[in-house]
Write a protein that binds this ligand. Structure first.
Ligand code: GP9
Ligand code: MN
Length: 631
């Protein structure tokens, strides 16, 4: 019976054909962008590694079943690819499980699905046809009852190849899984099938936490929030920007240490320094982001909730009920938009923005992006602002009052800049990152200056308030040595916390400026904006307080549990004197030790607060709460 065995078993033929097809689809249909040879290499090996894994499983079945398994695995795999292609044609994005369950998206696709299928799509099933025909013609001569040793070797080989692929992916994109970057990155690095598995795991994890919540938790939490956060806000500032447009500029990786500071004897941010002179400036304002980086900073500002300790809320809980800033101001007549020249699915923004209630997102496709006007991550900040103006003017004519968030990009690691854009020399230290950081910061400073000029020329300026905020750190503690050289200070844990300060500037045309030293954080931005716009937020649930109010929380919690009060900095189980930076020796938790225990009570409160926030996000608790302003 086993006389005429073919040299190559069907599962290998299937794996080769399917791997090749997947590769062609990645390259030419998904048009995955490849930035370096490592990415190219990963993209070539991944389809074959995955296909081998899928089809090698067949050897565990008997000969007849092997044929069946291979045939149907081939068909199912091809259908998954095909559905993603159809989806991609409409949304230039990959299918996610929550998306499949999102009524509106599915309906959108449903109506146009026929229009998205092309005649030659049939070619996508060529390999399926070949395998089915071979199976029919040659039957079990293409299979074999493999020995135990063979099976063991084959599966170990397959797992090793998979591990190799994942290791390369992790090297290419550190923390790929924790940070749940862009879906394109995931597909690029681990392939579409592993991506779907990963997506399913994320999905079921967040579902489970949600399932166990029943809303009772919320009573205690909302009591806490109402008591701890001032709901009245500063009376002096209340409604000062009522009816005005709000232009919010998220400044990529901008830390406060460059503000009003020099490098090689030159001001790093001359424009921002001037601007601060006639703006409200918070010099002790901290970012509170974690792995979700920019998206975390957006999340905090929009919701006045803490980001997730792992991963990005923008990915993991993008279908939660929120009571977001765009939604609240939307109920008060504001039209809200985001301007950011990157792939719209980066950080899952397209999905999350929709859920948060933004009216429009001007993503990469709204801009003219060419090789000349791009660097590093994409469109340079200067052309970004310039090209945004036509849209902003349209908003100014048709949608007043509006809220427009601009997210800059050039000052992003690895801080690349074209030679002609560098107007200051690099710094000289052992860190190339820090050396170039100053140059891209200066470029961003100039871009913002140009933006202000555009705003003034077009008359948008007068009717608007402009808020600028650094999204998160740019220089990690990996560059300790260079940083301490620049700051001329020892880089301690205390310094590290102090370096988490980012600029926060509120510019109200016609108003004089003032610099505030009280501790503040991104969590406070939402109540601050609402108070400036004169929008009553007494029904809101937030962890922040209006920054202009005197009666406010006297500490800022960072996402890792560190915190800063007016007098102390707590981090890594140590309490420091904020003015001197000196470590306070003694037992923090013992009440006998007065000085040392200064951080103790805050420690408890910060943990409680972060924990409450996680309960809200993981349990999707706001779905049980009536904010009283639903439309
Ligand atoms: C990407 C940009 C940068 O769109 O917001 O993201 P980051 O790496 O800073 O989170
Ligand atoms: Mn960022």
């Amino acid at each position: 019976m086993n006389m005429k065995k073919l040299h190559m078993p069907l599962y290998i033929i299937a794996a080769l054909l399917f791997g090749l097809k997947t590769y062609i689809i990645y390259r030419f249909i998904f048009d995955i962008t490849l930035e370096n040879t490592m990415q190219e290499f990963i993209l070539i090996i991944n389809p074959f590694v995955t296909a081998f894994f899928i089809f090698v499983l067949s050897i565990f079945f008997n000969e007849r079943r092997q044929l069946k398994y291979i045939k149907y695995a081939m068909l199912l795999g091809s259908l998954i690819l095909f559905f993603n292609i159809v989806f991609f044609r409409n949304f230039s994005d990959f299918i996610t499980i929550p998306l499949l369950f999102q009524g509106s998206n599915a309906a959108d696709l449903g109506s146009s699905v026929l229009g998205l299928i092309e005649g030659w799509d049939i070619a996508l099933f060529l390999d399926v046809a070949i395998v089915w025909i071979l199976a029919r013609k040659y039957g079990t001569t293409l299979t074999s009852s493999f020995s135990k040793r063979y099976k063991r070797l084959a599966i170990v080989l397959s797992l090793l190849m998979m591990a190799g692929n994942f290791t390369l992916a992790e090297i290419e994109r550190p923390q790929l899984f924790q940070r749940t970057f862009d879906r394109e990155y995931l597909v690029k690095n681990i392939g579409i099938f592993n991506y779907h598995i990963y997506d399913a795991i994320l999905h079921s994890k967040s579902k489970a936490q949600r399932v166990f919540a029943d809303g009772n938790e919320l009573t205690e939490i909302s009591d806490y929030m109402k008591e701890e956060t001032t709901t009245s806000g500063s009376e002096e500032m209340e409604g000062i920007a009522k009816g005005k447009n709000v232009i919010f500029v998220s400044l990529e990786s901008l830390q406060s240490f460059v503000i009003n500071n020099k490098m090689n004897g030159e001001e790093v941010t001359p424009f921002l320094n001037d601007l601060i002179g006639d703006s409200y400036y918070f010099e002790n304002f901290y970012h509170q982001t974690e792995q979700g980086k920019t998206s975390d900073s957006e999340f905090i500002v929009e919701n006045s909730l803490y980001p997730s300790p792992r991963g990005a809320v923008y990915f993991t809980h993008s279908s939660n009920d929120f009571h977001s800033l765009p939604e609240i101001i939307g109920n008060n007549g504001y039209y809200s938009t985001v301007f950011h020249s990157n792939n719209k699915s980066f950080w899952n923004r397209d999905v999350m923005y929709d859920n948060l209630g933004y009216d429009h997102f001007y993503s990469e496709t709204a801009f003219e992006v060419t090789e000349e006007n791009s660097v590093g991550w994409g469109l340079k900040d200067k052309p970004f602002f310039k090209q945004s103006m036509k849209y902003l003017q349209q908003l100014n004519q048709k949608e007043q009052p509006f809220y427009a968030k601009f997210i800059t990009l050039t000052n992003h690691y690895p801080f690349e800049l074209s030679e002609e854009d560098a107007t200051i020399d690099p710094y000289d230290s052992n860190s190339n990152t820090l050396n170039h950081y100053f140059q891209t910061v200066r470029y961003m400073d100039e871009a913002v200056e140009e933006f202000f000029n555009h705003l003034k020329e077009t008359g948008v300026y007068e009717d608007s308030i402009i808020i600028l905020m650094g999204d998160h750190y740019g220089i990690s503690d990996f560059h300790k040595k260079a940083m301490s050289q620049y700051l001329d200070k020892e880089y301690t844990d205390f310094q590290h916390v102090q370096l988490q300060r980012v600029p926060f500037i509120v510019h109200i045309p016609g108003e004089e400026g003032k610099t505030f030293s009280k501790v503040a954080g991104q969590i406070d931005v939402k109540p601050t904006i609402l108070n400036l716009l004169g929008i009553d937020d007494s029904n809101d649930l937030s962890f922040g307080t209006d920054l202009f109010s005197d009666d406010r929380k006297d500490y800022v919690a960072l996402r890792d549990g560190s915190f800063i009060t007016d007098d102390y900095v707590y981090t890594k189980d140590q309490c420091y004197n904020k003015d001197t930076g000196e470590l306070i020796e003694g037992n923090i938790e013992s009440s006998d030790d007065e000085e040392a225990s200064a951080c103790g009570p805050y420690m408890e409160q910060v943990n409680k607060e972060l924990n409450y926030s996680d309960q809200i996000v993981f349990g999707d608790l706001f779905r049980f709460y009536d904010f009283g302003d639903e439309e």
